[in-house]
Design a protein around this ligand. Structure first.
Ligand code: ATP
Ligand code: MG
Length: 462
């Protein structure tokens, strides 16, 4: 059977009609027009074919012996949500066609029809399908705004940052990134480098807080042979190493005043001498500094040089703490779930999501990342992460309300439709629980019986 749909470049069309005298010639003419056509004489046969092959287009008669056309469409759309489905109806049954469209058909044509009419309906539907997928593509492009080099954030606090990142990446300005621990200062620094014209050169990172004061100067600027005990050979410093690239100076607030002075000069003159040397070395380095220390207060205390601060603060970027952009928590959570369980990331229960949203995250994104990693292992083989899988301190955070957590999609949602779908679901479940007894169901939902009946009518439950 599959030999029939051999050419992958042609659109594949499944034609379902029990009337062979109509089906055969129409299928032949469609094939002449460039479609790969497969015929089915019944809904059941159509389903078998749909199981074997992903068709682009489904044209089906509405009235079929056995399962009818809408059921075929339903089944097809479950398998291939983007399938273009067109129904054929008998004369005078337009109302059925309208029903079919409500259930997911794209268009309809009434019998008897002229072949050109059918072609027109198919082509306009295909065009609509193409536009739809183009829109989906555009939307996915937009979504990238929520992500810059793997940095996630759709909150108002993060959006301007992405724009600034792109701008600053193009320049060679010195950047000062400030923010609490774990807010992503280092990821930001790397993103700037990888989007800058310097990306083919090195990104050299140095944690000033992790290097003993006595060695810091030599680490930064290098040293000559014999400059101090143990300097058995000349060694280049980070500045030279990062030439033409980017030097990331982390925890800049821990630097002693004497090293601050030397750094200031290197930034101002773009040159320096190695420790123990007198040859001036010129470099072309973009410096990105980061700190979670309150530099302005340190200036007042006299522990940080004001002139160095202004030299570094040419382009300031401040990362907001996670508790000030809680709307990013679901997005980050999903991102980390995929990161830790790439094939088949687990779901997360509403209770767990509420707890994540309620917690204050003093360790910010890093702490959230660790909590999610832990939860993915705590979960064992359960498909869903639950509150109990979260670290104790997160579990203890009092969730603000008992409202279920609802993700607000990027393109918004129709509030009335959404609320109606919740009502419909709860009413259905109440009726199921009471085996269809409306009196009892209305008690379960604590509404009047008449209100229940009204709602059922309005929600199409009758
Ligand atoms: N917006 C973000 N999107 C995705 N991951 C992020 C984001 N921000 C931070 N992370 C992740 O959180 C962790 C901590 O980030 P990073 O090391 O950049 O923080 P930091 O601000 O430098 O922290 P510290 O001050 O403790 O050095 C990293 O694993 C990083 O990948
Ligand atoms: Mg860091």
């Amino acid at each position: 059977m599959l030999a029939l749909v051999a050419d992958p470049s042609r659109p594949h069309l499944l034609f379902v009609d029990d009337e062979e005298s109509l089906r055969r010639p129409t299928a032949e003419r469609l094939a002449e027009k460039g479609f790969e056509v497969v015929e089915a004489g019944s809904g059941e046969q159509a389903l078998e074919l749909l199981d074997q092959f992903a068709f682009d287009i489904l044209v089906t008669d509405l009235r079929l012996p056995g399962m009818d056309g809408t059921q075929v469409i339903d089944a097809a759309r479950q398998r291939y949500p983007a399938i273009v489905a067109i129904v054929i109806t008998g004369y005078g049954t337009v109302r059925d066609a309208v029903e079919a469209i409500k259930k997911g058909a794209w268009d309809f044509i009434t019998k008897p029809f002229h072949f050109d009419e059918l072609m027109h309906v198919i082509q306009t539907s295909l065009e609509r399908g193409r536009l739809r997928s183009e829109n989906a593509y555009l939307r996915s492009q937009l979504e990238e705004r929520y992500q810059f080099e793997g940095i996630i954030g759709r909150s108002r606090a993060m959006q301007p940052l992405f724009t600034m990142l792109e701008t600053v990446a193009r320049t060679a300005s010195t950047v000062l990134v400030t923010g609490e621990t774990g807010t992503g200062k280092e990821v930001i620094a790397k993103a700037i480098h990888h989007n800058s014209p310097r990306k083919t050169h090195r990104f050299v990172a140095m944690n000033c807080g992790a290097i003993p004061e006595t060695l810091l100067e030599a680490e930064l600027f290098g040293h000559e042979k014999g400059a101090f005990t143990g300097a058995i050979a000349m060694r280049q410093g980070k500045f030279e190493h990062a030439n033409k690239g980017t030097l990331f100076l982390d925890e800049i607030g821990t630097m002693s005043l004497s090293v601050q002075t030397k750094l200031l000069r290197a930034l101002a003159e773009r040159s320096f001498e190695r420790v123990g040397g007198n040859q001036t070395i010129k470099v072309d380095v973009r410096v990105i500094a980061a700190t979670n220390a309150p530099l302005k207060e340190m200036i007042k205390d006299g522990t940080f040089r004001e002139d160095l601060f202004y030299r570094l603060n040419v382009f300031p970027l401040t990362l907001p703490p996670l508790r000030e952009r809680r709307e990013d928590i679901p997005l980050l959570t999903k991102h980390f779930l995929i990161k830790f369980v790439p094939d088949g990331p687990p779901q997360i229960s509403q209770g767990a999501m509420r707890a994540l949203m309620a917690y204050d995250w003093p360790g910010n994104v890093r702490q959230l990342e660790n909590a999610i990693e832990r939860a993915t292992t705590m979960r064992g083989s359960r498909p869903e992460i639950d509150v109990g899988d979260l670290p104790p301190e997160v579990q203890e955070a009092p969730p603000d309300t008992a409202t279920p957590y609802v993700d607000l999609p990027d393109d918004g949602l129709d509030l009335n439709d959404y609320l109606a779908s919740i009502e419909r679901d709860l009413i259905r479940r109440a009726l199921e629980r009471t085996t269809g007894n409306r009196n009892k169901a209305s008690e379960v939902l604590r509404i009047k019986r008449t209100t229940l009946v009204e709602k059922m009518k309005r929600l199409g439950l009758e």
